[in-house]
Ligand binder design. Structure first.
Ligand code: AMP
Length: 285
């Protein structure tokens, strides 16, 4: 079955209705396009959970602040369609901004609490409201059995789990592990902003997270580990570091002494034009 692309909610729903009539299970993989192997790994996981896979491609304006890269965000639909077709994805849903937010659109979805004011939420007010708004719409438009989100955006995954439970959206939310380049750099659409010199520096983030994770899992004090990590990241050429923090894996509450329960270390730092993020699981020994 080759890839079909639709641009309207009506066509998306008609396709899903036909699949439902055949008794097929459906998975949705929301993306902003500029696809890479990390996204494709999500579609493979989706096919393990469903008979038919939809990948949505939509650069959502409501999750970008005015000073961010909405206009410059890479848009590569023909190349994306080729990758999806090669991966055996059945449907690409690529709506326009007008299809998603027609004239008169007035509804917000806002997730409050400790999960959205920290990490990527602190310097980007409104970012997770925009994510919650668009993902709510995509889940209700497609009404799949399950939807796949990468742990690359771990905070986003936790926020999506929160509002989909709170709003009783009947879709199973599945997290997928981070796919990395051979040198450890987490794959990201924004890696294409890096110059060759910056690309050589970029794997430092994963290395620092790995070093801290190994020691923290064995009970080392986090203070000195994080201080040394910050030093290593800055001296590699990143500037500034938005955050380097260890948090509870479920609640995202800050952990500042030692790790005694499943935790996660998070980093966001700027390298040239790119703001890179990464995270690792810390399982106490
Ligand atoms: P984006 O297009 O950046 O919004 O990402 C779409 C989905 O792909 C999100 O659920 C991301 O977490 C996920 N994703 C992005 N990069 C990776 C990666 N390197 N490994 C696994 N999932 C990823």
């Amino acid at each position: 079955m080759s890839l079909t692309t639709v641009h309207t909610v009506a066509d998306l729903r008609a396709t899903v209705a036909n699949w439902r009539a055949e008794g097929l299970r459906v998975a949705l993989v929301p993306t902003m396009g500029a696809l890479h192997d990390g996204h494709i790994s999500l579609t493979h996981l989706a096919h393990e959970h469903a008979d038919r896979v939809i990948v949505s491609i939509f650069v959502n304006p409501t999750q970008f602040a005015p000073n961010e890269d909405f206009g410059a965000y890479p848009r590569t639909l023909p190349a994306d369609q080729k990758l999806l077709d090669d991966a055996g994805v059945e449907l690409c849903f690529a709506p326009s901004v007008e299809e998603m937010y027609p004239d008169g659109f007035a509804t917000k979805v806002s997730v409050d609490g400790a999960m959205t004011n920290v990490l990527c939420g602190a310097p980007r007010p409104g970012h997770f409201d925009g994510v919650a708004q668009v993902v709510t719409k995509l889940l209700l438009q497609a009404l799949p059995d399950c939807a796949i989100f990468g742990q690359k955006d771990y905070q986003q995954l936790m926020v999506i789990r929160r509002f989909s439970a709170d709003l009783n959206i009947p879709v199973e939310i599945i997290g997928a592990k981070i796919l990395r380049e051979d040198d450890g750099l987490a794959m990201s659409s924004r890696n294409r902003y890096l110059t060759p010199d910056e690309r050589a520096i970029a794997p430092t983030l994963n290395k620092v997270l790995g070093d801290i994770t190994a020691k923290a899992a064995n009970g080392a004090e986090l203070g000195p580990l994080l201080a040394k990590g910050r030093e290593d990241i800055l001296s590699a050429g990143f500037d500034p570091i938005d955050y380097l923090e260890v948090r509870d894996a479920d609640t995202l509450e800050l952990i500042s002494d030692t790790v005694t329960k499943p935790a996660r270390i998070f980093v966001a730092a700027r390298l040239g034009k790119a703001r890179l993020i990464d995270n690792h699981a810390i399982e106490p020994a």
